[in-house]
Design a protein. Structure first.
Length: 113
């Protein structure tokens, strides 16, 4: 299999295809979920971007004038959150640096569970 890279999952040691990307083990290490929840609680404007249903008739929450979102849309906010969680992580930092988009997707998926 020329060109296909096989790596070990840092959390389980299981072989994973590099083309598939990293698999974050959210349930085996609750520290990652704790960081995710902390971010959401400390960044209400990002929380609004991530969870407010703009198509519903409910008004968005009232935010203070100094509250600024990290980015303008859900995808970009999850990218910022992924950086916060994984950039300096002892287990995932190297994998994060090589495939940041996959980690942002992992954050998105975790938010939907």
């Amino acid at each position: 299999m020329a060109g296909k890279v096989i790596a070990l999952s840092p959390a389980t040691g299981a072989a994973t295809s590099a083309t598939k990307g990293p698999s974050v083990q959210w349930d085996t290490d609750p520290a990652h979920t704790d960081k995710l929840v902390a971010w959401i609680l400390n960044h209400p404007t990002d929380c609004n971007i991530l969870f407010h249903d703009h198509l519903s008739n409910t008004p968005p929450p009232t935010l203070s004038p100094e509250d600024k979102p990290s980015r303008k849309n859900k995808k970009d906010v999850t990218t910022v959150i992924a950086k916060y969680i994984f950039q300096d992580d002892q287990v995932y930092s190297t994998l994060y640096a090589s495939d940041m988009e996959k980690f942002a997707t992992s954050v998105t998926n975790r938010l939907s569970t």
